[in-house]
Ligand binder design. Structure first.
Ligand code: PMP
Length: 404
Protein backbone atom coordinates (compact mmCIF):
# COMPACT_ATOMS: atom_id res chain seq x y z
CA UNK A 1 0.00 0.00 0.00
CA UNK A 2 1.19 3.51 -0.78
CA UNK A 3 2.02 5.76 2.14
CA UNK A 4 0.38 8.88 0.72
CA UNK A 5 1.35 11.16 3.60
CA UNK A 6 4.98 10.21 3.12
CA UNK A 7 4.71 10.64 -0.66
CA UNK A 8 3.17 14.10 -0.21
CA UNK A 9 6.23 15.14 1.78
CA UNK A 10 8.20 14.77 -1.47
CA UNK A 11 6.18 17.54 -3.13
CA UNK A 12 6.96 20.96 -1.59
CA UNK A 13 4.24 22.69 -3.63
CA UNK A 14 1.50 20.65 -1.96
CA UNK A 15 2.15 22.59 1.27
CA UNK A 16 1.29 25.95 -0.22
CA UNK A 17 -1.93 27.90 0.13
CA UNK A 18 -3.94 29.38 -2.70
CA UNK A 19 -6.40 32.16 -1.95
CA UNK A 20 -5.84 31.47 1.74
CA UNK A 21 -6.84 27.81 1.38
CA UNK A 22 -4.64 24.70 1.30
CA UNK A 23 -3.91 23.89 -2.34
CA UNK A 24 -5.92 20.97 -3.73
CA UNK A 25 -4.15 20.24 -7.00
CA UNK A 26 -6.41 18.29 -9.36
CA UNK A 27 -5.00 19.42 -12.69
CA UNK A 28 -2.52 16.58 -13.06
CA UNK A 29 -3.50 15.76 -16.64
CA UNK A 30 -2.29 19.25 -17.63
CA UNK A 31 0.95 18.91 -15.73
CA UNK A 32 2.11 16.90 -12.75
CA UNK A 33 3.88 18.34 -9.74
CA UNK A 34 7.60 17.88 -9.19
CA UNK A 35 9.04 15.95 -6.24
CA UNK A 36 12.12 17.23 -4.43
CA UNK A 37 14.11 14.23 -5.71
CA UNK A 38 13.73 15.75 -9.21
CA UNK A 39 14.12 19.37 -8.07
CA UNK A 40 17.40 18.36 -6.36
CA UNK A 41 18.70 16.93 -9.65
CA UNK A 42 17.89 20.22 -11.42
CA UNK A 43 19.65 22.27 -8.72
CA UNK A 44 22.63 19.90 -8.72
CA UNK A 45 22.99 20.29 -12.49
CA UNK A 46 23.13 24.10 -12.37
CA UNK A 47 25.22 24.21 -9.20
CA UNK A 48 27.77 21.59 -10.16
CA UNK A 49 28.12 20.57 -13.80
CA UNK A 50 26.24 22.94 -16.12
CA UNK A 51 28.00 22.61 -19.51
CA UNK A 52 27.24 21.95 -23.14
CA UNK A 53 27.33 18.30 -24.12
CA UNK A 54 28.76 15.99 -26.79
CA UNK A 55 31.45 18.40 -27.91
CA UNK A 56 33.54 19.40 -24.92
CA UNK A 57 36.81 17.82 -23.83
CA UNK A 58 36.58 19.39 -20.40
CA UNK A 59 35.37 17.62 -17.28
CA UNK A 60 32.04 19.41 -16.85
CA UNK A 61 31.05 18.70 -20.43
CA UNK A 62 31.95 15.04 -20.04
CA UNK A 63 29.95 14.80 -16.81
CA UNK A 64 26.90 16.49 -18.33
CA UNK A 65 27.15 14.28 -21.43
CA UNK A 66 27.36 11.12 -19.31
CA UNK A 67 24.36 12.10 -17.17
CA UNK A 68 22.32 13.08 -20.24
CA UNK A 69 23.10 9.80 -22.02
CA UNK A 70 22.42 7.84 -18.82
CA UNK A 71 18.98 9.48 -18.72
CA UNK A 72 18.36 8.35 -22.29
CA UNK A 73 19.17 4.76 -21.24
CA UNK A 74 16.85 5.01 -18.21
CA UNK A 75 14.01 6.14 -20.45
CA UNK A 76 14.84 3.44 -23.01
CA UNK A 77 14.71 0.77 -20.28
CA UNK A 78 11.45 2.15 -18.90
CA UNK A 79 9.73 1.85 -22.28
CA UNK A 80 11.64 -1.34 -23.10
CA UNK A 81 12.97 -0.06 -26.42
CA UNK A 82 15.42 -2.42 -28.08
CA UNK A 83 18.03 0.23 -28.83
CA UNK A 84 19.15 3.38 -27.04
CA UNK A 85 19.33 5.34 -30.30
CA UNK A 86 15.61 4.69 -30.85
CA UNK A 87 14.96 7.23 -28.07
CA UNK A 88 14.99 10.81 -29.34
CA UNK A 89 14.92 13.65 -26.84
CA UNK A 90 12.41 16.31 -27.90
CA UNK A 91 10.82 19.31 -26.21
CA UNK A 92 7.68 17.24 -25.57
CA UNK A 93 4.88 15.32 -27.23
CA UNK A 94 3.95 18.17 -29.57
CA UNK A 95 7.51 18.35 -30.88
CA UNK A 96 7.70 14.55 -31.20
CA UNK A 97 4.53 14.39 -33.29
CA UNK A 98 5.59 17.29 -35.51
CA UNK A 99 8.95 15.61 -36.09
CA UNK A 100 7.23 12.46 -37.39
CA UNK A 101 4.53 14.32 -39.37
CA UNK A 102 7.16 16.45 -41.04
CA UNK A 103 9.29 13.41 -41.87
CA UNK A 104 6.39 11.61 -43.50
CA UNK A 105 5.97 14.45 -46.04
CA UNK A 106 8.47 12.67 -48.23
CA UNK A 107 6.92 9.21 -47.73
CA UNK A 108 3.24 10.06 -48.27
CA UNK A 109 1.57 10.62 -51.61
CA UNK A 110 -1.61 12.20 -52.90
CA UNK A 111 -4.57 9.92 -52.23
CA UNK A 112 -2.88 8.04 -49.35
CA UNK A 113 -5.03 7.84 -46.25
CA UNK A 114 -4.22 8.74 -42.66
CA UNK A 115 -6.49 7.62 -39.82
CA UNK A 116 -6.80 9.58 -36.62
CA UNK A 117 -9.08 8.90 -33.66
CA UNK A 118 -12.01 11.15 -32.77
CA UNK A 119 -10.60 11.78 -29.30
CA UNK A 120 -7.23 13.31 -30.07
CA UNK A 121 -5.52 16.29 -28.51
CA UNK A 122 -5.02 19.09 -31.06
CA UNK A 123 -1.33 18.24 -31.14
CA UNK A 124 -2.23 14.85 -32.64
CA UNK A 125 -4.60 16.38 -35.21
CA UNK A 126 -3.11 19.60 -36.54
CA UNK A 127 0.33 18.26 -37.62
CA UNK A 128 -1.44 15.53 -39.67
CA UNK A 129 -3.79 18.06 -41.24
CA UNK A 130 -0.72 20.08 -42.20
CA UNK A 131 0.84 16.91 -43.64
CA UNK A 132 -2.33 16.29 -45.68
CA UNK A 133 -2.24 19.86 -46.99
CA UNK A 134 1.37 19.41 -48.07
CA UNK A 135 0.90 16.00 -49.69
CA UNK A 136 -2.74 15.71 -50.81
CA UNK A 137 -3.26 12.75 -48.44
CA UNK A 138 -6.73 12.28 -46.91
CA UNK A 139 -7.41 12.41 -43.16
CA UNK A 140 -10.15 10.03 -41.95
CA UNK A 141 -11.55 9.87 -38.44
CA UNK A 142 -12.17 6.78 -36.31
CA UNK A 143 -15.42 7.70 -34.52
CA UNK A 144 -16.33 7.11 -30.88
CA UNK A 145 -19.52 6.33 -28.95
CA UNK A 146 -21.22 8.34 -26.17
CA UNK A 147 -19.14 6.58 -23.52
CA UNK A 148 -16.00 7.87 -25.21
CA UNK A 149 -14.82 4.54 -26.66
CA UNK A 150 -13.55 4.12 -30.20
CA UNK A 151 -15.79 2.23 -32.63
CA UNK A 152 -13.40 -0.55 -33.53
CA UNK A 153 -15.71 -2.04 -36.21
CA UNK A 154 -15.66 1.26 -38.07
CA UNK A 155 -11.88 1.40 -37.61
CA UNK A 156 -11.59 -2.03 -39.27
CA UNK A 157 -13.75 -0.82 -42.16
CA UNK A 158 -11.71 2.36 -42.61
CA UNK A 159 -8.44 0.45 -42.89
CA UNK A 160 -7.36 -0.41 -46.43
CA UNK A 161 -4.27 -0.66 -48.57
CA UNK A 162 -4.49 3.11 -48.96
CA UNK A 163 -3.95 3.59 -45.20
CA UNK A 164 -0.37 4.63 -44.59
CA UNK A 165 -0.53 5.93 -41.04
CA UNK A 166 -2.71 5.60 -37.96
CA UNK A 167 -2.56 8.02 -35.03
CA UNK A 168 -4.21 7.55 -31.71
CA UNK A 169 -3.65 8.51 -28.12
CA UNK A 170 -3.05 5.77 -25.60
CA UNK A 171 -5.20 7.68 -23.11
CA UNK A 172 -7.53 10.59 -23.90
CA UNK A 173 -6.66 13.76 -21.99
CA UNK A 174 -10.25 15.01 -22.03
CA UNK A 175 -12.05 11.76 -21.15
CA UNK A 176 -9.47 9.46 -19.60
CA UNK A 177 -10.37 6.58 -21.96
CA UNK A 178 -7.62 3.97 -22.25
CA UNK A 179 -7.66 2.97 -25.91
CA UNK A 180 -7.09 -0.64 -27.07
CA UNK A 181 -3.81 0.30 -28.68
CA UNK A 182 -2.46 -3.22 -29.17
CA UNK A 183 -5.50 -4.05 -31.32
CA UNK A 184 -5.18 -0.74 -33.16
CA UNK A 185 -1.50 -1.38 -33.89
CA UNK A 186 -1.97 -4.99 -35.03
CA UNK A 187 -4.86 -4.10 -37.35
CA UNK A 188 -2.91 -1.20 -38.87
CA UNK A 189 0.10 -3.43 -39.46
CA UNK A 190 -2.09 -5.98 -41.25
CA UNK A 191 -2.59 -3.40 -44.04
CA UNK A 192 1.01 -2.19 -43.89
CA UNK A 193 0.29 1.13 -42.11
CA UNK A 194 2.62 2.65 -39.52
CA UNK A 195 1.25 3.67 -36.10
CA UNK A 196 2.07 6.58 -33.80
CA UNK A 197 0.69 6.35 -30.29
CA UNK A 198 0.54 9.58 -28.30
CA UNK A 199 1.45 8.43 -24.82
CA UNK A 200 1.33 11.87 -23.16
CA UNK A 201 -1.58 10.94 -20.88
CA UNK A 202 -0.74 7.28 -20.48
CA UNK A 203 2.83 7.74 -19.25
CA UNK A 204 1.85 8.90 -15.71
CA UNK A 205 -0.33 5.82 -15.20
CA UNK A 206 0.74 2.94 -17.45
CA UNK A 207 4.13 1.57 -18.50
CA UNK A 208 4.09 1.06 -22.26
CA UNK A 209 6.36 -1.71 -23.53
CA UNK A 210 7.10 -0.52 -27.05
CA UNK A 211 8.49 -3.88 -28.18
CA UNK A 212 5.54 -5.89 -26.88
CA UNK A 213 3.19 -3.35 -28.47
CA UNK A 214 5.22 -3.47 -31.69
CA UNK A 215 4.41 0.23 -32.04
CA UNK A 216 6.26 2.28 -34.67
CA UNK A 217 6.31 5.57 -32.74
CA UNK A 218 5.44 6.39 -29.13
CA UNK A 219 5.64 9.82 -27.50
CA UNK A 220 5.53 11.38 -24.07
CA UNK A 221 6.25 14.61 -22.18
CA UNK A 222 8.35 14.69 -19.00
CA UNK A 223 6.11 17.26 -17.30
CA UNK A 224 3.25 14.75 -17.03
CA UNK A 225 5.44 12.22 -15.18
CA UNK A 226 6.81 14.41 -12.39
CA UNK A 227 9.54 15.85 -14.59
CA UNK A 228 10.19 19.38 -15.85
CA UNK A 229 8.48 21.17 -18.75
CA UNK A 230 10.13 21.57 -22.15
CA UNK A 231 11.44 18.04 -22.53
CA UNK A 232 9.97 14.78 -23.75
CA UNK A 233 10.74 11.88 -25.96
CA UNK A 234 9.97 10.20 -29.21
CA UNK A 235 10.45 6.48 -29.46
CA UNK A 236 10.74 5.34 -33.07
CA UNK A 237 11.61 1.95 -34.49
CA UNK A 238 15.10 2.12 -35.92
CA UNK A 239 13.90 1.25 -39.43
CA UNK A 240 11.47 4.19 -39.40
CA UNK A 241 13.89 6.67 -37.87
CA UNK A 242 16.40 5.77 -40.56
CA UNK A 243 13.81 6.37 -43.29
CA UNK A 244 12.60 9.73 -41.98
CA UNK A 245 14.58 12.82 -42.99
CA UNK A 246 15.84 15.15 -40.22
CA UNK A 247 13.31 17.64 -38.86
CA UNK A 248 15.58 20.58 -38.08
CA UNK A 249 19.02 21.39 -39.36
CA UNK A 250 21.82 22.79 -37.22
CA UNK A 251 24.64 21.82 -34.92
CA UNK A 252 24.76 18.38 -33.28
CA UNK A 253 22.79 16.68 -36.09
CA UNK A 254 25.51 16.60 -38.75
CA UNK A 255 28.37 14.29 -39.66
CA UNK A 256 30.13 16.70 -42.02
CA UNK A 257 29.26 20.11 -43.42
CA UNK A 258 30.63 21.78 -46.53
CA UNK A 259 28.87 24.42 -48.63
CA UNK A 260 28.41 21.76 -51.32
CA UNK A 261 26.87 19.03 -49.18
CA UNK A 262 26.08 18.10 -45.61
CA UNK A 263 25.86 14.56 -44.28
CA UNK A 264 23.80 13.79 -41.22
CA UNK A 265 24.78 12.29 -37.91
CA UNK A 266 23.65 8.82 -36.92
CA UNK A 267 20.66 8.22 -34.71
CA UNK A 268 19.64 9.66 -32.32
CA UNK A 269 21.59 12.87 -33.05
CA UNK A 270 20.13 13.18 -36.57
CA UNK A 271 16.93 14.40 -34.89
CA UNK A 272 18.53 16.44 -32.11
CA UNK A 273 19.68 19.67 -33.72
CA UNK A 274 21.08 22.40 -31.47
CA UNK A 275 21.83 22.45 -27.76
CA UNK A 276 19.16 20.29 -26.13
CA UNK A 277 17.41 20.78 -22.82
CA UNK A 278 20.31 19.07 -21.04
CA UNK A 279 19.16 19.63 -17.48
CA UNK A 280 15.59 18.75 -18.52
CA UNK A 281 16.70 15.44 -20.05
CA UNK A 282 18.63 14.49 -16.90
CA UNK A 283 15.68 15.49 -14.71
CA UNK A 284 13.33 13.48 -16.97
CA UNK A 285 15.45 10.42 -16.17
CA UNK A 286 15.24 11.24 -12.46
CA UNK A 287 11.46 11.61 -12.73
CA UNK A 288 11.15 8.17 -14.33
CA UNK A 289 13.29 6.78 -11.48
CA UNK A 290 11.04 8.49 -8.95
CA UNK A 291 7.83 7.13 -10.47
CA UNK A 292 9.33 3.64 -10.61
CA UNK A 293 10.38 3.90 -6.98
CA UNK A 294 6.71 4.44 -6.10
CA UNK A 295 5.72 1.64 -8.53
CA UNK A 296 3.33 1.87 -11.45
CA UNK A 297 1.19 -1.08 -10.30
CA UNK A 298 0.62 0.60 -6.95
CA UNK A 299 0.00 3.95 -8.64
CA UNK A 300 -2.61 2.47 -11.01
CA UNK A 301 -4.38 0.65 -8.17
CA UNK A 302 -4.54 3.67 -5.91
CA UNK A 303 -5.57 6.10 -8.65
CA UNK A 304 -8.35 3.70 -9.67
CA UNK A 305 -9.67 3.83 -6.09
CA UNK A 306 -9.61 7.64 -6.26
CA UNK A 307 -11.43 7.53 -9.61
CA UNK A 308 -14.21 5.27 -8.28
CA UNK A 309 -14.64 7.32 -5.12
CA UNK A 310 -14.69 10.67 -6.94
CA UNK A 311 -17.13 9.35 -9.57
CA UNK A 312 -19.49 8.05 -6.91
CA UNK A 313 -19.38 11.26 -4.85
CA UNK A 314 -19.61 13.72 -7.77
CA UNK A 315 -22.61 11.88 -9.23
CA UNK A 316 -24.53 12.67 -6.00
CA UNK A 317 -24.57 16.33 -7.09
CA UNK A 318 -27.82 17.37 -8.76
CA UNK A 319 -27.55 17.93 -12.52
CA UNK A 320 -23.94 16.72 -12.73
CA UNK A 321 -23.04 14.75 -15.84
CA UNK A 322 -19.75 12.97 -16.48
CA UNK A 323 -18.35 12.81 -20.03
CA UNK A 324 -16.22 9.79 -20.72
CA UNK A 325 -17.57 6.71 -18.97
CA UNK A 326 -15.44 4.08 -20.70
CA UNK A 327 -14.94 0.88 -18.75
CA UNK A 328 -11.22 1.25 -19.09
CA UNK A 329 -10.16 4.72 -17.99
CA UNK A 330 -7.54 6.59 -15.99
CA UNK A 331 -8.21 8.92 -13.06
CA UNK A 332 -9.72 11.76 -15.07
CA UNK A 333 -13.26 13.07 -14.61
CA UNK A 334 -14.69 15.54 -17.10
CA UNK A 335 -18.05 16.91 -16.02
CA UNK A 336 -20.63 19.67 -16.32
CA UNK A 337 -23.62 20.75 -14.29
CA UNK A 338 -26.88 21.50 -16.11
CA UNK A 339 -27.18 25.17 -16.98
CA UNK A 340 -23.78 26.23 -15.59
CA UNK A 341 -20.75 27.20 -17.65
CA UNK A 342 -17.67 25.12 -16.75
CA UNK A 343 -15.54 28.26 -16.47
CA UNK A 344 -17.77 29.61 -13.67
CA UNK A 345 -17.39 26.40 -11.68
CA UNK A 346 -13.60 26.48 -12.20
CA UNK A 347 -13.42 30.08 -10.99
CA UNK A 348 -15.28 29.34 -7.77
CA UNK A 349 -13.19 26.24 -7.15
CA UNK A 350 -10.04 28.33 -7.59
CA UNK A 351 -11.26 30.71 -4.88
CA UNK A 352 -11.41 27.63 -2.64
CA UNK A 353 -7.83 26.65 -3.48
CA UNK A 354 -8.89 23.83 -5.81
CA UNK A 355 -7.07 23.65 -9.15
CA UNK A 356 -9.03 22.00 -11.97
CA UNK A 357 -9.00 22.55 -15.70
CA UNK A 358 -11.93 24.09 -17.56
CA UNK A 359 -12.49 24.47 -21.29
CA UNK A 360 -12.06 22.26 -24.34
CA UNK A 361 -8.79 20.70 -23.13
CA UNK A 362 -7.22 21.11 -26.60
CA UNK A 363 -9.72 18.55 -27.86
CA UNK A 364 -12.40 20.65 -29.52
CA UNK A 365 -13.74 17.78 -31.70
CA UNK A 366 -14.70 15.92 -28.49
CA UNK A 367 -16.61 18.96 -27.23
CA UNK A 368 -18.35 19.26 -30.62
CA UNK A 369 -19.28 15.58 -30.42
CA UNK A 370 -21.04 16.13 -27.07
CA UNK A 371 -22.34 19.55 -28.24
CA UNK A 372 -20.86 21.34 -25.23
CA UNK A 373 -18.50 24.33 -25.00
CA UNK A 374 -16.17 22.55 -22.60
CA UNK A 375 -16.06 20.68 -19.32
CA UNK A 376 -14.61 20.93 -15.84
CA UNK A 377 -11.84 18.35 -15.63
CA UNK A 378 -10.51 16.99 -12.37
CA UNK A 379 -7.53 14.68 -12.83
CA UNK A 380 -6.03 12.75 -9.94
CA UNK A 381 -2.50 11.66 -9.26
CA UNK A 382 -1.01 9.20 -6.77
CA UNK A 383 -0.31 12.08 -4.35
CA UNK A 384 -3.98 13.09 -4.13
CA UNK A 385 -6.18 11.92 -1.27
CA UNK A 386 -9.81 11.02 -0.66
CA UNK A 387 -9.92 14.04 1.63
CA UNK A 388 -9.07 16.26 -1.33
CA UNK A 389 -11.86 14.63 -3.32
CA UNK A 390 -14.26 15.49 -0.48
CA UNK A 391 -13.05 19.10 -0.70
CA UNK A 392 -13.66 19.06 -4.46
CA UNK A 393 -17.14 17.62 -4.10
CA UNK A 394 -18.18 20.15 -1.46
CA UNK A 395 -16.66 22.93 -3.60
CA UNK A 396 -18.62 21.84 -6.66
CA UNK A 397 -21.81 21.62 -4.60
CA UNK A 398 -21.16 25.11 -3.27
CA UNK A 399 -20.56 26.41 -6.80
CA UNK A 400 -23.80 24.77 -7.98
CA UNK A 401 -25.80 26.46 -5.23
CA UNK A 402 -24.25 29.82 -6.06
CA UNK A 403 -24.72 29.55 -9.81
CA UNK A 404 -28.11 27.86 -10.43
N1 PMP B 1 -1.35 14.71 -26.33
C1 PMP B 1 -2.08 14.61 -25.22
C2 PMP B 1 -3.05 13.48 -25.10
C3 PMP B 1 -1.93 15.55 -24.20
O1 PMP B 1 -2.67 15.47 -23.10
C4 PMP B 1 -0.99 16.59 -24.34
C5 PMP B 1 -0.78 17.64 -23.26
N2 PMP B 1 -1.94 18.17 -22.73
C6 PMP B 1 -0.25 16.65 -25.52
C7 PMP B 1 -0.45 15.69 -26.48
C8 PMP B 1 0.75 17.72 -25.77
O2 PMP B 1 1.80 17.61 -24.87
P1 PMP B 1 2.87 18.81 -24.71
O3 PMP B 1 2.06 20.05 -24.55
O4 PMP B 1 3.65 18.42 -23.50
O5 PMP B 1 3.67 18.82 -25.98
Amino acid sequence: MLDINKIREDFPILKRKVNGQPLVYLDNAATSQTPKQVIDVIVDYYENYNANIHRGVHALSQEATDKYEQARIKIQKHFNAAKTHEMIFTSGTTHSINLVANGFSSLIEKGDEILVSAMEHHSNIVPWQMLCERTGAVLKVIPMNQEGELLMDVYNELLSEKTKLVFCNHVSNALGTINPIKKIIDKAHSVGAAVLIDGAQAAPHIVADVQALDVDFYTCSAHKVCGPTGVGMLYGKEEWLKKLPPYQGGGEMIAEVTFEKTTYADLPHKFEAGTPNICGGIAFGAAIDYMNSIGFDQIAKYEHELLLYATQELLKIEGLKIYGTAKNKTSVISFNIDGIHPYDIGTILDKLGIAVRTGHHCAQPIMDFYKIPGTVRASFSFYNTKGEIDTLVSGVERARKMLV
